[in-house]
Design a protein around this ligand. Sequence first.
Ligand code: ADP
Ligand code: MG
Length: 562
Amino acid sequence: MAVIGIDLGTTNSLAAVWKDGKSVLIPNRLGACLTPSVVTEAEGAVWVGTVAREKRLAYPRQSAASFKRLMGTEQKLYLGDKGYTPQELSAVVLRQLKQDAEEFLGEAVDEAVISVPAYFNDEQRYATRQAGLLAGLKVERLVNEPSAAALACHNLHSQEDETFLVIDFGGGTLDVSVVACFDQIVEILAVAGDNHLGGDDFDQRIAEHFCREHGIGQDTLNPRQWLTLLQSAEQCKRLLTEKEGAMMEWEGPEGKMGLILSRDDLIRICAPLFKRLEAVVQKALRDASSDAIDRIVLVGGTCRMPVIRQYIRHFMNIAPMTEDHPDEIVAKGAAVYAGIKERREEIKDLLLTDICPFTMGIGVRDPSSQDLLLSPVIERNCVLPFSREQSYTPCTDTQDHVMIHIFQGESMHCSENLFLGTLHLDMPPASSGSRFVKVRFTYDINGILEAEAVNHAGMKARKRIVNSHIRMSDEELEERIIHLKNLNYISREEEQTEYLLARGDRLYRECLGRDRDVVQNNSQLLRSLMDKKNPAKLRAARRQVEPVFDYLEEKLGLEKLI
Ligand code: ADP
Ligand code: MG
């Protein structure tokens, strides 16, 4: 049984596998490698991916997207009136990737290596593994996205030592890492990131700018209008990747509106985002204390933007390299990692050493202010796996127990860090000598923490640190697995037809005259056969319609609807 690598992205998800000595991307049922991380429940069925993203425009309240941003929280997202956790929605996407992989490989897939932002905390990592379980995938290993990118970019045959900077700028997150490569070792020196900065923020700023320029009050727009505005903004952003200037068009309540934007406008509107990017890169470089960067590797869809590349070149003084498909690199790296895990011949000696990006510590009472201050047990950028012990004395001689509060973060004040949980330990009187508590934190290679406390009497308390709100009992897990399994997923065949229909709808809007008639006739042909439930005829019709739509899209210069 194969182990696949999965890049479970905020915007798009991809799967890849180590095959014939290299990473191979797995096409989905529509023949594309990127599956939008969007789930829509509409027309009596559950849709995932490209068609779900198109249906979202018609059914914004029955759709969920960007749920990775909420991973590890209790927040529910609603498909109509049914609430789902972010990990359940991720599971729905994973399930589809698993099926597509099984179809592609012709064998069952029950295990995956999933990439996560290096900046994901314990809860987010736990939730990601849970999403895998819910989708029927064993997830023994998580790999940090920038580390996966480093694995994908490392030249196995290069003899030279190299230090490179990986900047992974996706739809919702930014991850930066400094990586040293030598022989068969890929060593992550430092990572830094921002879990709330990505391409979506550019779309948002462009949309806000559009509203300002046209005197539209943002709060007057309904969800559908706001979504279509964001989509126009994204389209305009993509056009600016190709050209110096672009026209943004939007169908508002008062008809069609337009706005011309140049790359300079884009830089001006999004200036604060560039500054945030630079700050994260500088932090990674400082932490790595490495002054010689040989290469800059750009990963993630947002790195396609020329303005981003220029900005990076400007402040780093090195021209970044760009692969043709920056949004595929992480998945390819996850597949390398899967290959290493399976001890595949060509890469069995390749070693990735990763680090933990957070400081983990416990709260200690400041005697003067009674404030809870952070006492670091493990500092950020330690190499995984890692374990360290610190000794503490109780505040008073008489207390009969200690409550150890565990925090993650860089602030001196615990209130500003992420609270992870507590450990309770009884403190019997000391027969001789003084009383103490030794606290040991251990990180495994997935970046998940275990805490242990031992007192002077040898009594112990230990636990895996995950907040209770996202933990599920085995019964709950089983119940949710069954629930997700029994959703009315759209079949591959139906999805392929719907995909063609969505392309037809878009083409119809874009073209005129005879072409319009052609689109309409072809769409009608598909619709009429859908009702007749004759799969063979429908398949033949799809084969006939597809080249027509391909031709028209090409003629109009439309980007593929993927
Ligand atoms: P994630 O890893 O978050 O799922 P991706 O790496 O797939 O995201 O990147 C998605 C982001 O890249 C989106 O914000 C999208 O708008 C942006 N993007 C994709 N292609 C382009 C392009 N040609 N020009 C500008 N931005 C792009
Ligand atoms: Mg990504």
